[in-house]
Design a binder for this molecule. Structure first.
Ligand SMILES: Nc1ncnc2c1ncn2[C@@H]1O[C@H](COP(=O)(O)OP(=O)(O)OP(=O)(O)O)[C@@H](O)[C@H]1O
Ligand SMILES: O=P(O)(O)OC[C@H]1O[C@H](OP(=O)(O)OP(=O)(O)O)[C@H](O)[C@@H]1O
Ligand SMILES: [Mg+2]
Length: 296
């Protein structure tokens, strides 16, 4: 099938850990997606873009080759791909905040470990041989890498290797297999990538529109609108405490001389600790509300 060159193509994982959150991100950006889960492609009804549902391992290749202009993939998969390339064919545009996991060295509970030197001369099973090879090289360790495509946690029981290097999130899979995490090789989350292949002007415009909407969604995810009251003496201390807020709006409170309402967009998470500090600094009637849309 020839792809439609007047539309953008976005590669997403078909079914797996990143599928739902990838679609949700696009929906939050206002893109209406037509198809159900079993189709291999879907049109965006209200934007000249088409989604291609593929295995996550293929996403870096499709984007580098320009078959898809954009892709959403885990940094672990992207890094493993990149380490096998002489030149990169994509740019990393944004970290998306989901699909967080770590690539960790693990071994059966009783295996002693005093840092990477304990791996010297050992066999380590992994689906990420290039990332593991870099970790070993950086630590000056000589070990044998055994590449497996899945079920890496079984390697010690099968006596294929005494250590493994695999993705860990909650640690439940390691625990269920009598394993313990020993070292972190890579921290990962889903990222948005764009091809380095040149686009014609029309598609470059469509791509810029898509990016601006996604940037908006990412900015609103962390951002909150904060409102509070403060006296003139506490204003400076309070505005200094507002996380990631530029130029708050400060207006006098009607009928309360020397008192002000402070409104600000905070572009970082607002934690309970921050609210407590604001209160101690003299703020009252503190409200934190989510922001639905933002265009920067
Ligand atoms: N336990 C986890 N928690 C959070 N994110 C994870 C976890 N495991 C993996 N991920 C992230 O999600 C990505 C996809 O994981 P998944 O297990 O669905 O991949 P897969 O089985 O290789 O799928 P595919 O069929 O597309 O090849 C991983 O590459 C990683 O970035
Ligand atoms: O630390 P945890 O929260 O237990 O998560 C880790 C597990 O999650 C991933 O596999 P997944 O469940 O996606 O299945 P897969 O191996 O079939 O891809 C990963 O490969 C680990 O096995
Ligand atoms: Mg895969």
């Amino acid at each position: 099938m020839l792809t439609d060159r007047t539309r953008l193509h976005i590669a997403l994982q078909k079914s797996g850990r990143l599928s739902d959150a990838s679609r949700e991100l696009l929906r939050d950006a206002g893109f209406r997606i037509q198809s159900g889960k079993n189709s291999l492609t879907a049109r965006v009804e209200n934007y000249p873009a088409e989604l291609m549902f593929v295995r996550d391992d293929d996403i870096p290749t499709f984007v580098s080759d320009g078959a898809c202009e954009f892709g959403i993939v885990g940094q672990n998969v992207l890094e493993e791909f990149a380490l096998g390339q002489a030149d990169l064919g994509y740019d990393l545009l944004a970290e998306l905040g989901f699909g967080r996991c770590s690539l960790k060295i693990a071994a059966p509970e009783a295996t002693p470990y005093d840092g990477p030197q304990s791996l010297e001369g050992q066999r380590i099973a992994t689906s990420y041989p290039r990332i593991l090879a870099r970790f070993l090289e950086r630590n000056g360790i000589d070990a044998t890498i055994v590449t497996m495509n899945g079920a890496v946690e079984l390697a010690p029981r099968l006596q294929i290797a005494s250590f493994l290097c695999d993705l860990v999130s909650t640690g439940a899979t390691l625990e269920a297999n009598g394993l313990r995490a020993l070292d972190t090789v890579l921290e990962s989350q889903a990222v948005l990538i764009r091809t380095r292949r040149p686009m014609d002007d029309v598609r470059a415009d469509i791509a810029a529109g898509l990016m601006s909407r996604i940037d908006g969604v990412l900015a609103t995810k962390e951002s909150k609108y904060i409102m509070l009251n403060a006296s003139s003496e506490s204003l400076k201390r309070i505005t200094d405490l507002l996380p990631g807020a530029e130029a708050p709006t400060i207006v006098p409170l009607h009928g309360r001389p020397g008192h002000f309402a402070v409104h600000a967009v905070c572009q970082e998470s607002v934690f309970w600790e921050t609210l407590q500090k604001l209160k101690l600094a003299g703020a009252s009637a503190i409200l934190v509300v989510p922001i639905e849309k933002m265009m920067l």
